[in-house]
Design a protein around this ligand. Structure first.
Ligand code: PMP
Length: 387
């Protein structure tokens, strides 16, 4: 017991303690927290669909028809006709032969990697890949070789040194804490050249980038060259769940071997129905995407002009690097007092000394919203000696 208290105190003393903020309203560009209306700048609800009337209607209808809960794991009683429709729709959206849904994106990454790879495998993984990818690699027992972030020469060197008989290159499409893109065109061609399977987790690219919002591989025009597409149904698609899409035999194998798929309850029909209905709406959201990406470049430009350190992002994820976790937390507290909710992201989510305000924009934000934000960022950035 004392050891655990000690560990907790250690987290607190380093400024790394985390706590909840309780939202009392729908996740829109403005939310209610502690009874006050706050401008939300930290949501993954990129297209602002969580309040979409058609989707809410589809969800209510699904509850009326199917009731609540899934009632079983997928290979027992937890598979619905909605699973089939959704998996076919995802496969068609991602332009693959087949797809399979998981209960979360985390479980998709963990299950896919640990079922495909074992001790005989070598996995080449970007240093900034999401935790669920890293956990999948660890679970698999494969040799994990991490290459420098988006550094293709380093990847090539590591392939020369460590390549084995069975290999996988795995990367985020959009990096969740930096907002930058993996060079999927180069990764696809390295995979082809060395006969290595390629896997992309596009949790943050789906709905935002590529043709009809179909994601980062499409943005690079290499959708058909990526072997395994993983993603989530909980960001631009306002539901919950994860998916894997690819060749039929790969998906069939995962269905029969991924432990996070087999030993967990399936998605409730209401969430399947929401996700199913969302895909058509996402495809038809070019105007929203255009507005969102225009906001991104305008906002980012303003931050750079003010002197903030902003990585090379072209997505709605716009981090402002602060460094010190305590200053970062203070900054986000000041902003909250001004009615702006931005997450302070600290280690272990990001590397040491790179604590950051992770701003994420939504298609429902306006230039006026962001002018207010820029004004406050400038004021507190000066006050905290960040700029
Ligand atoms: N991959 C990435 C890159 C993510 O950012 C996340 C969630 N933050 C996940 C996977 C996990 O998805 P889910 O939230 O559906 O478990």
């Amino acid at each position: 017991m004392d050891k655990i208290k000690e560990k907790l105190e250690n987290i607190k003393s380093k400024g790394l303690y985390r706590n909840f903020k309780y939202l009392q309203s729908c996740q829109k560009s403005r939310v209610t927290i502690d009874g006050s209306e706050i401008l939300l700048l930290g949501s993954n609800n990129y297209l602002g669909l969580s309040d979409n009337l058609l989707l809410k209607e589809a969800s209510k209808n699904a509850i009326d028809k199917y009731g609540l809960g899934a009632g079983g794991s997928r290979l027992t009683t937890g598979t619905y006709d909605l699973n089939k429709k959704l998996e076919e729709k995802i496969a068609s959206f991602k332009n693959t032969e087949s797809a399979l849904t998981f209960s979360t994106g985390y479980m998709a990454n963990a299950g896919v990697i640990s079922s495909l790879c074992d001790r005989k495998w070598v996995i080449f993984s970007d240093k900034l890949n999401h935790a669920s990818i890293i956990d999948g690699c660890t679970l698999s027992g494969a040799k994990l070789v991490r290459y420098k972030h988006c550094h293709m020469d380093d990847l090539r060197n590591k392939i020369e040194i460590h390549k084995g008989e069975y290999n996988l290159i795995v990367t985020d499409g959009v990096f969740s804490m930096d907002g930058d893109l993996a060079p999927l065109d180069e990764i696809a061609s390295i995979g082809k050249e060395h006969n290595i399977l390629t896997m992309v987790d596009d949790a943050h690219g789906l709905g935002v980038l590529g043709k009809n919002g179909s994601g980062t591989p499409s943005h690079f025009n290499v959708s058909s060259e990526i072997d395994i597409h993983v993603g989530t149904l909980s960001k631009a698609i306002p539901s919950i769940g994860g998916y894997v899409a690819g060749k039929k035999h790969i998906i069939d194998y995962i269905k029969n071997s991924a432990r996070s798929f087999i030993f967990s309850t399936g998605l409730p029909p209401v969430n399947l129905a929401t996700a199913l209905e969302s895909i058509d709406i996402v495809k038809n959201s070019d105007e929203k995407r255009k507005h969102l990406l225009n906001l991104v470049s305008w906002f980012k430009e303003n931050l750079i002009q003010l002197g903030f350190q902003v990585p090379n992002t072209c997505t709605p994820i716009i981090p402002i690097i602060i460094g010190d976790p305590n200053i970062c937390t203070k900054f986000s507290e000041y902003l909250l007092e001004e009615g702006i909710y931005v997450n302070a992201i600290r280690p272990p989510t990001v590397p040491k000394n790179t604590s950051r305000l992770r701003i994420s924009l939504m298609a429902t934000h306006t230039y006026e919203d962001l002018e207010y934000v820029i004004d406050k960022l400038k004021y507190y950035g000066n006050k905290l000696n960040i700029i």
